[in-house]
Design a protein. Structure first.
Length: 335
């Protein structure tokens, strides 16, 4: 049994959560700060497992947990940031008390880049349901500026967060189309995909704003990744429906499209062709050019994109032997 002066064990924390004893759990978290680094990590990992299985159990603990985002140990801060990502994915409202601390970690240019990336990801999930809590000008600036980082994982999570911001309130990014489009040639396909998704999302409500991104989107129509090409075609199709004078007439040939390409790309390329041909809306496949489809489909597409072929890194395409390490030797991203 844990005495009042002892740091709590992971099992004791989970027992308290099972009983719904949130005040006692919060008190135990305060004591956890005195434990050694490994004990803190073990306890936070156990809580992350709870967040994945029963996110509602942590609904009142975001504030005491946020204290570990400023822990002296980098590993503890990263574990805590991952916990908040897990919680925010299922219960974004539960993370609201930690938004300010997450934003501070994102803004700290001396913070470990993986911590910043995970904080951005958590803020993105919150932004989908509560954009007013996350999309202040300072936080949006930190997300945009962060796209200049060299680390692929940081840019990927920041781009994903921006796509989530757009889902929560497309108007928040309607004046940022040019700055987002500047990064559509990023070397990371997930960065390109998420930014194209952000542009599509804004375009669903504000198609005229896509005028500032059409040149960059046209270039993505020849992207090596079919999902990036599909999102670019979707964005240009929305732009073609705008009352604004937008030149979206690239030379597109979909007649040769085969089953070797994913239906995601086929549907969106044909959607663009119909818009360019002047076909009235209504004939396009379900789930193209609508905010509802974006809310439901982003994670599924990312899962398809990152499902590795045998022996291939899902991020940079490097062929890897079956016995290769968990980190890709070329791009450094976990497999």
């Amino acid at each position: 049994m844990t005495t009042p002066d002892q740091p709590p064990s992971p099992d004791h924390l989970i027992d308290l959560l099972d009983k719904g004893a949130h005040e006692e759990t919060a008190a135990c978290l305060d004591r956890l700060g005195t434990a050694d680094t490994d004990a803190r990590k073990r306890a936070l990992r156990a809580l992350r497992s709870v967040a994945a299985e029963r996110p509602g159990a942590l609904g009142e603990l975001a504030a005491p947990l946020s204290a570990f985002l400023t822990d002296e140990a980098r590993a503890v801060r990263l574990t805590t940031a991952k916990l908040f990502v897990t919680l925010a994915e299922s219960e974004p409202a539960a993370v609201l008390p930690a938004v300010d601390v997450l934003a501070e970690r994102l803004a700290d240019d001396e913070e470990f880049y993986y911590v910043r990336a995970r904080c951005a990801e958590a803020l993105g999930y919150v932004a989908v349901e509560a954009p007013e809590a996350v999309t202040d000008p300072e936080t949006l600036a930190d997300l945009r500026v962060g796209l200049e980082f060299d680390e692929p994982e940081v840019k990927e999570k920041l781009a994903k967060a921006l796509a989530c911001v757009a889902l929560g309130d497309p108007s928040r990014l309607r004046h940022q189309m040019t700055s987002l489009a500047e990064h559509l040639d990023d070397g990371n396909e997930l960065v390109r995909y998420h930014l194209c998704t952000a542009l599509v999302t804004v375009g669903c409500d504000h198609p005229g704003r896509l005028a500032d991104a059409t040149d960059a989107l046209r270039e993505r129509l020849t992207d090596e990744n079919p999902y990036v090409r599909g999102r670019a075609a979707e964005a240009l199709g929305l732009a073609a429906e705008s009352d604004a004078e937008i030149d979206v007439a690239p030379d597109i040939d979909v007649t040769g499209t085969t089953d070797e390409q994913p239906s995601f790309l086929i549907d969106r390329t044909r959607y663009l062709r119909r818009r360019l041909d002047g076909t009235q809306p209504g004939a396009e496949p379900a789930g193209v050019g609508t905010t509802a489809s974006l809310r439901d489909g982003i994670e599924a597409v990312v899962e398809e994109m990152t499902s590795p072929d045998d022996g291939e890194c899902p991020h940079c395409g490097l062929e890897l032997p079956a016995s290769s390490p968990p980190m890709c030797p070329r791009c450094g991203v976990p497999r």
